[in-house]
Design a protein around this ligand. Structure first.
Ligand code: GAL
Length: 399
């Protein structure tokens, strides 16, 4: 009996330890940069080092971006002992030196592999080499692993991701685990405790709406797939609606603001996917809008939800720490939205949160104009452009 109790306590302790570890690894949604959206297979140590420099020079690091992640195509083969080999022409100094460079800037280093036999670009995958690869990543100084799902050869997704999760834990280095199986096996239902974030959709495409033939999805398509998954997100385990396209040229400035705002409303990981070395002022201002980022990074860790759905117009709410909330008026339509909103009529009941605007007045702050715009005591009147948002932070007035 005593033995059983000890065993039980041990199991309980290690489960709690893991839960704590997951939360300390990604207590708020990870922020960083990833090579894929802009550069595809065209990665090299020169590019990655320049991006680390740009992360600091552009104000991105100060705004909270931390991880520099090399996506597919850094790896070319395995040696006779099964060790993974980085492309010697593109990464002549090797991965350890690159990791050291990134760490010397105060940033963190991420890498990519795949649960299948090959990556999506037909480079060697980690199937059969999970523990060996994880040990190698730890030795290089890797802090983040994105793990894909191509050529998975019919494996069970949960088991495959569990294996790499175990391998990362056994490596002894804290490594954020980003599960990229495109939402095909509902990872939100089983991913907590295995990974720190999981993709909920197919690949993002640099457009506002409309999926394209290879399955790429626009911002609206992705929002609709990710919206109802809010119950599954929280500190250490996030829904990932894919990386950002802000600054890549396929959308207008207004649409990029909407893309960024909605990712923050959904507590999404913020992985920039543009060229940080050459971004224009507008892109830089969007990606480093700290008031909007604070909504994403709020310590409560709740994913916002669609509170009102008027068809092409929606109101989203995200509860924040200290009884504050973010409210985002989101105009999907091709015409402007003239808002005349009576807060007095609004009441929100969501999980443990119950808000009415009869008794408590809230101060309103416009997070894109960086301006206080009154309070909920009177109607909100605003014009929101086609495909635009009005994103507000609401703070209860002190009585
Ligand atoms: C896809 C993944 C993309 C990118 C690409 C690389 O499966 O969703 O984000 O990593 O593979 O080949």
């Amino acid at each position: 009996m005593k033995k059983l109790t000890t065993l039980f306590l041990l199991v309980l302790f290690s489960t709690q330890l893991f839960a704590q570890r997951a939360e300390t690894l990604a207590p708020t949604p990870p922020m960083g940069w990833n090579s894929w959206n802009k550069f595809g297979c065209n990665v090299s140590e020169k590019l990655i080092e320049e991006m680390a420099d740009a992360m600091l020079n552009s104000g991105m690091a100060d705004a909270g971006y931390q991880y520099i992640v090399i996506d597919d195509c850094w790896q070319v083969s395995r040696d006779s002992a099964g060790n993974i080999i980085p492309d010697p022409e593109r990464f002549p100094s090797g991965m350890k030196a690159l990791a050291d460079y990134i760490h010397s800037k105060g940033l963190k280093f991420g890498i990519y592999s795949c649960a299948g036999s090959m990556t999506c670009q037909k480079r060697p995958g980690s199937r059969g080499y999970q523990f060996q690869d994880a040990r190698q990543y730890a030795a290089w100084g890797v802090d983040y692993l994105k793990y894909d799902w191509c050529y998975n050869e019919g494996q069970n997704a949960k088991a495959a991701y569990q294996t790499m999760s175990d391998a990362l834990k056994a490596s002894g280095r804290p490594i954020v685990f980003s599960m990229c199986e495109w939402g095909s096996n509902k990872p939100w239902e089983w991913g907590k405790g295995i990974g720190n974030l999981w993709r909920t959709t197919g690949d993002i495409f640099d457009s506002f709406k409309g999926a394209i033939n290879w399955g790429g999805k626009g911002v609206l398509d992705i929002i609709d797939l990710n919206a109802d998954l809010w119950p599954y997100a929280g500190p250490g385990h996030w829904n990932d609606p894919d990386m950002l396209e802000v600054g890549n040229g396929g959308m207008t400035g207004t649409e990029y603001k909407t893309h960024f705002s909605m990712w923050c409303m959904m507590a999404a990981p913020l992985m920039a996917g543009n060229d940080l070395r050459t971004m224009d002022d507008e892109t830089q201002k969007i990606l480093t809008n700290e008031e909007v980022i604070q909504v994403d990074q709020d310590a409560l860790g709740e994913q916002g939800f669609r509170f009102m759905d008027y068809g092409d117009q929606e109101i989203w709410v995200k509860f924040l720490e200290n009884d504050e909330l973010a409210v985002c008026f989101f105009n999907r339509a091709d015409e402007p939205w003239k808002v005349n909103y009576d807060w007095g009529k609004m009441g929100i009941s969501h999980q443990d949160h119950h808000v009415t605007f009869h008794n408590t007045k809230y101060d309103l702050r416009d997070l894109w104009q960086h301006k206080d715009i009154g309070n909920t005591g009177k109607n909100l009147t605003a014009g929101i452009p086609a495909h635009g948002v009005l994103m507000l932070r609401l703070t209860p007035e002190k009585k």
